[in-house]
Design a protein. Structure first.
Length: 82
């Protein structure tokens, strides 16, 4: 069965959320999401996801290292956390 664009986007966003929360649990400070260039739909949806977190800052990833189509996420760690 073929996935619709909506199904693909939903899967990508679910995966991104899982990976972001894994990084937070493991106290990883930086994670890069490769979303490609295309029409920018996935990038916009990822930015909407990232804005839901108070402890996250995101920006275009290093152009020379990743090329176009990548977003770097910096996670502010709470030192007092368990």
């Amino acid at each position: 069965m073929r996935m619709t664009n909506y199904d693909i986007l939903t899967l990508q966003l679910d995966t991104a959320k899982r990976q972001l929360e894994f990084a937070m649990r493991k106290r990883i400070q930086k994670i890069v999401f490769i979303h490609g260039v295309g029409e920018g739909v996935l990038k916009m949806e990822l930015e909407t996801l990232f804005r839901r977190y108070d402890n996250v800052k995101y920006y275009d990833a290093d152009l020379q290292k990743y090329g176009y189509g990548a977003t770097e996420v910096y996670i502010f760690q709470n030192i007092a956390a368990n």
